[in-house]
Design a binder for this molecule. Structure first.
Ligand code: TYD
Length: 206
């Protein structure tokens, strides 16, 4: 069976994931490698509808449990509808956030039990484990400065202490799985980061 690859990008809001995903996607496309890019929550019409519910600042009554379940629902939809078929057809799939975001935001950030968050995301752990996860690590203060006065979505508005727990959550996940995780200093110049990410990617796919 042909099998593609899954690379995921993680970090707190404002860490520069989307810039790096665009640069990597362009670099691989230029070399004729079939690439597909998605973002979570969202990435398919049903998953985008769930995203709208999740991020709408008016939904201030949403419980932490509903938030985690909706994240998992959006993910399972994207996985089964799009990502798994793409990996099976040999594509390189780049995902802006994935299951680690649920562990860091809903587990470490919101304080939900990690085991439960893992359980509701079992499909991701069983059928589509990332080949590499790039964690763009940035101090919370620097991330907030980058975000500036941009209008925040419901989750981004959760405060500095919340984002600090999320960052620590990602660091702990990276320590637990050093083979899958590549930790990068997101304060570095974007071009340098892009070179590093491209070299890790190519080492694996060629
Ligand atoms: P988005 O605007 O896509 O994030 P970014 O700031 O990275 O561009 O918004 C997604 C928000 O959802 C972000 O604050 C992180 C959060 N999130 C979770 O809390 N859990 C998850 O499982 C995922 C995928 C995202």
């Amino acid at each position: 069976m042909i099998r593609g690859y899954l690379f995921t990008f993680e970090g707190i809001d404002g860490c520069g994931k989307s810039t790096q995903i665009t640069l990597l996607s362009d670099a691989l496309t230029n070399e004729g490698i079939p690439v597909s890019v998605h973002r979570e929550p969202g990435g398919s019409p049903i998953a985008e509808a769930i995203r709208e519910v999740l991020l709408n600042p008016e939904n201030s009554k949403m419980t932490n449990e509903s938030e985690a379940l909706l994240m998992a629902a959006s993910r399972v939809q994207l996985l089964k509808e799009v990502v798994i078929p793409e990996i099976e057809s040999g594509k390189v799939v780049l995902c802006d956030r994935y299951v680690d975001s649920s562990l860091a935001y809903q587990g470490a950030g919101r304080g939900l039990p990690m085991e439960w968050v893992r359980e509701i995301n079992h499909l991701a752990f069983e059928s589509a484990v990332p080949d590499r996860t790039f964690f763009l690590d940035l101090p919370v203060e620097a991330a907030l400065e980058r975000l500036g006065s941009r209008r925040r979505d419901r989750i981004e508005s959760s405060g500095t202490d919340f984002l600090k727990r999320v960052r620590e959550g990602f660091s702990a996940l990276a320590e637990d799985e050093p083979d899958r995780y590549i930790v990068l200093d997101a304060m570095l110049r974007p071009e340098l980061l892009a070179e590093e990410i491209l070299s890790h990617t190519k080492r694996l796919i060629q």
